[in-house]
Design a protein around this ligand. Structure first.
Ligand code: 3VV
Ligand code: NDP
Length: 515
C-alpha cells in the first residue's frame, strides 16, 4: 500500500481557510512532507484591498515557511490561489474556476470557519453551515474526488460529557433553521439566539454541531472524514517548536498573564486542559485524508483529536508552567510582574478582579490622566474580562472523548509514516511543550527578540521595587491614619516603639561590656 506521501504524489488538493492558523500549517506540511503533490488550490477571499494572490504572497513570506523555503525554494509554484468568498452564493467562484476545480481536485480539506465565540448567529450559520453545504455541492460535481475532510471541533457536542466518534442528532434540523432565519432581521435573531442555542455555550460550537450534521446529510457518495481537534495550541515539533501566530484560546491568556495584566481567571485546577499541538492535528488530518481515500469507509469517519484521555494535563499544572516560563523568560514592557492564579470560586475570583485588575487599572489611568495622556488600562481590562468570560466555560469543566479512531489510524500507518506524520500524543512532554509554547508567543506573536531578555528582567526588577515602595508607603499611611484615630492603636505603637528601644539599649550595653 502507498505511503501517505506517495498517496499525495500527483494529487490536486483543495483547501479552504488556508490563510488561517491551521490552514497555514496544513499547506506548509503538505508541501514539505509530500513534495510530489501536484497542486494546492487555495480558496481565499480578497481582504483589506488585497487580492488572493497578494495575500498568499504575504503569507508565504512568514517565518512558518522558513524551513520549507530552505529545503525547496520553488515550493510556491504548486500553490494556485482561487478567489472565493465562502458566504456568497456559489462561493463566489468564477465559472472558469468551477470547471478547473471539478475536473482536477482529488482531495478537499475544509478548514474555513468563524471561530469567534461572540459571532452573531446568522453570520456563524452562513459561514460554518451554509458554506459547508455549498462546498459539499461543489464536491459532488468533482469527477475525481477521493476524499472530503471536514475540520470540526471536539466541542461541537460540548453539551455532552462523554463524546464518542459519532455524529450526534442535531439540536434542530439545519435546513429548517436556515429557512426560518432567512426572513428575520438581525435584532430578532439576536433576541432569539440564547433560546436557539440552548445548552451550547456560544454560536460557534452550536453551528459547528449543525455543520457536522450537514456533512452527514450532504455526503451522498462522497468519502468523508471529520476531524475534531480540542483546543489547538502552538506547534510541538514542526516546522519548529512553539510556532503560533494568534491570540485565540489559551495563547491570549498566556500572553496577558506573561505581561502581568491577567492576574486571575476562573478555571478549575483539576480539570483536564485538553490542548493539542497544531502539528499533531495537521499530521492526523493528512493521514485521515490518505485513509479516507484509500479505504473509502462506508459512512463518515469521525476522529476525536484530543489529549485528555491519552496523556492528561490539568489547568493547575498549565498555570504553574506558564508562570515559571515567563519568570525565566519575561515578556517586554510588562505591566506588572507575572503572577496569575486560577480559581473556581466565584467570590474569590470577584475579589481578585477588584484588587488585582480594576484597582491597578484605575490607578494607572489616573497616572495617565495626570501626566496628560489618554487613559487606556480600564478599557483593556474590560476587553480582557469579556474574553476570559467567554473562555471559562471550557476551563472549568471536563469532557471525556473517545479516541479509538485516532489509535486505529496510527496502527494503519507504516513505521516511517508514523514518524513523518507523528500524532502520537503519548510522547508529548507537557512541561517542555508549555515552555516552548510560551516562548513561541513571545517570538512569533509578539515578535520580541530573545536577546532582549536581560532588559526585560531588569524591567521586572524595577516593577518589583516599585511594588515594595508602594506597599511600604501604603502601610505607613494606613498606620498613621489609624494612630491618629484610635487610642488603642496609639498605645500599641508606643509599646512596640519602647520595646524596640529597650532591645536596642540592651544590645548596645552588652556589646560595650564584652569589649
Ligand atoms: C496562567 C494561565 C492559566 C490558564 C488558565 C486557563 C486558560 C483557558 C483558556 C482557554 C480555553 C479555550 C477554550 C477554547 C475551546 C474551543 C476550541 C475551538 O474549537 S475554536 C478556537 C477557539 N476560538 C477562540 O479562541 C476565539 C475566541 N475569541 C473571540 O471570540 C473574540 O476574539 C473575543 C470575543 C474574545 C474578543 O473579541 P473582540 O472583538 O473584543 O476582539 P478581537 O476582534 O478578537 O481582537 C481585536 C484586536 O485585538 C487583538 N487581540 C485579541 N486578543 C488580544 C490579547 N489577548 N492581547 C492583545 N491583543 C489582542 C487582535 O489581534 C485584534 O487586533 P487587530 O484589530 O486584528 O489588529
Ligand atoms: N483554533 C482552534 O483552537 C480550533 C479550531 N478548530 C477548527 O479548525 C478550523 C480552522 O481554525 P483556525 O485555523 O484556528 O481558524 P482561523 O480563524 O485562524 O482561520 C479561519 C480561516 O477561514 C477563512 N475564512 C473565514 N471567513 C471566510 C470567508 N467568508 N470566505 C473565505 N474564507 C473565510 C479565514 O480567511 P481570512 O484570512 O480571509 O479571514 C481563515 O483562513 C475551523 O474549522 C475551526 O472550527 C477546531 C478546534 C480548535
Amino acid at each position: 500500500m502507498a505511503s501517505v506521501s506517495e498517496f499525495y504524489a500527483g494529487k490536486c488538493v483543495l483547501i479552504t481557510g488556508a490563510t488561517g492558523f491551521m490552514g497555514k500549517v496544513l499547506v506548509e506540511k503538505l508541501l514539505r512532507s509530500c513534495p510530489e503533490v501536484k497542486a494546492l488550490y487555495l480558496l481565499i477571499r480578497t481582504k483589506q484591498g488585497q487580492s488572493s494572490q497578494q495575500r498568499i504572497h504575504t503569507m508565504l513570506q512568514s517565518k512558518l515557511f522558513d524551513r520549507l523555503r530552505e529545503e525547496n525554494p520553488d515550493f510556491h509554484k504548486r500553490i494556485i490561489p482561487v478567489s472565493s468568498e465562502l458566504t456568497q452564493p456559489g462561493l463566489a467562484l468564477s465559472d472558469e474556476d468551477v470547471q478547473t476545480l471539478t475536473q482536477s481536485v482529488h482531495i478537499i480539506f475544509h478548514c474555513a470557519a468563524t471561530i469567534r465565540f461572540d459571532e452573531p448567529l446568522k453570520h456563524a450559520l452562513q459561514l460554518n453551515v451554509i458554506a459547508t453545504q455549498q462546498l459539499l455541492c461543489l464536491a459532488q460535481q468533482m469527477q475525481q474526488l477521493h476524499a472530503f475532510i471536514h475540520i470540526s471541533t471536539a466541542y461541537a457536542n460540548c453539551n455532552r460529557r462523554h463524546i464518542d466518534e459519532v455524529i450526534y442528532p442535531p439540536p434542530v434540523e439545519p435546513g429548517k433553521l436556515i429557512h426560518s432565519l432567512e426572513w428575520m432581521d438581525d435584532a430578532i435573531v439576536h433576541d432569539l439566539t440564547p433560546r436557539l442555542i440552548g445548552d451550547w455555550p456560544n454560536t460557534y460550537t452550536y453551528t459547528k454541531a449543525l455543520a457536522e450534521c450537514v456533512v452527514q446529510q450532504e455526503s451522498g457518495k462522497l468519502n468523508i472524514g471529520i476531524i475534531r481537534p480540542s483546543i489547538v495550541g502552538a506547534s510541538w515539533q514542526e516546522p519548529f517548536p512553539g510556532w503560533i501566530d494568534n491570540f485565540n484560546g489559551p495563547s491570549g491568556v498566556f500572553i496577558a498573564a506573561g505581561k502581568g495584566i491577567l492576574r486571575t481567571m476562573r478555571a478549575s485546577n483539576d480539570a483536564v486542559a485538553d490542548l493539542i499541538p497544531v502539528d499533531v492535528v495537521i499530521n492526523l488530518t493528512l493521514a485521515a485524508g490518505w485513509y479516507t481515500a484509500v479505504h473509502r469507509p462506508k459512512s463518515a469517519m469521525v476522529y476525536n483529536c484530543t489529549t485528555g484521555g491519552i496523556n492528561p494535563f490539568h489547568w493547575g499544572e498549565i498555570e504553574h508552567h506558564v508562570m515559571l516560563t515567563f519568570k525565566r523568560n519575561p515578556l517586554e514592557q510588562a505591566f506588572r510582574r507575572p503572577n496569575a492564579n486560577i480559581t473556581s470560586n466565584y467570590l474569590i475570583y470577584q475579589y481578585w478582579i477588584l484588587v488585582s485588575h480594576k484597582f491597578p487599572a484605575l490607578l494607572y489611568d489616573l497616572f495617565l490622566r495626570l501626566s496628560g495622556q489618554k487613559p487606556q488600562m480600564m478599557r483593556i481590562f474590560n476587553r480582557l474580562h469579556k474574553a476570559i468570560g467567554l473562555l471559562e466555560y471550557f476551563s472549568s469543566q471536563d469532557w471525556e472523548w473517545n479516541s479509538d479512531n485516532m489509535n486505529m489510524l496510527m496502527n494503519q500507518l507504516s513505521t516511517e509514516d508514523r514518524k513523518v506524520f507523528n500524532f502520537d500524543v503519548r510522547q508529548l512532554n507537557w512541561p517542555e511543550y508549555i515552555e516552548s509554547y510560551c516562548i513561541g508567543t513571545k517570538k512569533y506573536v509578539l515578535n520580541e527578540d530573545m536577546a532582549d531578555i536581560p532588559a526585560a528582567r531588569q524591567h521586572l526588577r524595577k516593577l518589583r521595587n516599585i511594588r515594595y515602595t508602594f506597599n511600604t508607603v501604603l502601610l505607613v499611611f494606613i498606620w498613621r491614619v489609624f494612630i491618629a484615630r484610635s487610642q488603642m492603636a496609639r498605645n500599641i505603637w508606643y509599646f512596640v516603639v519602647s520595646l524596640c528601644f529597650k532591645f536596642l539599649s540592651y544590645f548596645r550595653a552588652s556589646s560595650t561590656l564584652t569589649k
